[in-house]
Design a protein around this ligand. Structure first.
Ligand SMILES: Cc1cc2nc3c(=O)[nH]c(=O)nc-3n(C[C@H](O)[C@H](O)[C@H](O)COP(=O)(O)O)c2cc1C
Length: 192
């Protein structure tokens, strides 16, 4: 087996080789939280490295729930042309381009002045960094349903923009199993 053999996924998608670029949040959005010209240039450069799979840095499903000031948000089709250009750049040398989509739950930096929401009202414990994060408000069932709907909306828009897949980021310390009371873990159980 060589690094340069294609990999066929169970869904039929083919990744042309075994080299993947992992998700790394760029914080390079423009003032509208859409992909900037610099971000497109970066992905063009990554595409030219000919990785088989390019996963974007996390793209937020809700502009009210950000992890940084220059985060990309995809919650409606206002800037879909810029997302199309992003997908085009990432795919320009044959890579699969997957958009990583995220809601950061209780890992929203307090300095961004957003209401912090998480399944449990238990603050993030990140050692010396903990003071950067507020105690979250416990999400209602309606909040949870809204976040679920937002993941679906963003995934549909990513597909419309030309991304060939999405990676759903539900980090355990953020949303899934977020508190010691297990509410987030219960929410993360598969449901019919
Ligand atoms: C600057 C930076 C930004 C990152 N942003 C994300 C991100 O948006 N989503 C994610 O799932 N992981 C993110 N990560 C984690 C990386 O994708 C990767 O999992 C991590 O660096 C461990 O991989 P390594 O052992 O090869 O370094 C980030 C890492 C770095 C260094």
């Amino acid at each position: 087996m060589s690094l340069f053999f294609p990999l066929t996924l169970p869904c039929g998608a083919v990744i042309p080789n075994r080299i993947a670029k992992a998700a790394m949040e760029e914080n390079m959005a423009d003032d509208d939280h859409a992909p900037s010209a610099e971000l497109l240039r970066l992905y063009q450069a990554w595409a030219e490295g000919e990785a088989g799979l390019i996963v974007t840095g996390n793209v937020m499903v809700d502009a009210r729930a950000m992890t940084g000031p220059g985060g990309v948000v995809l919650e409606d089709d206002r800037h879909l042309d810029r997302f199309r250009a992003w997908a085009e750049a990432a795919r320009s040398r044959g890579a699969q381009a997957w958009m990583q989509i995220n809601h950061p739950g209780r890992q929203m930096p307090a300095g961004l002045d957003q209401e912090t929401l998480a399944p449990s009202a238990i603050a993030l414990d990140l050692g010396a960094l903990s003071k950067q994060f507020a105690v979250p408000r416990e999400m209602t069932e309606a909040d949870i349903a809204e976040v679920e709907r937002r993941f679906v909306t963003t995934a549909i828009l990513a597909e419309r923009a030309g991304f060939t897949g999405v990676q759903i980021r539900t980090v355990r310390r953020q949303l899934r199993g977020a508190g010691d009371d297990g509410r987030g873990a219960r929410w993360a159980q598969p449901r019919t």
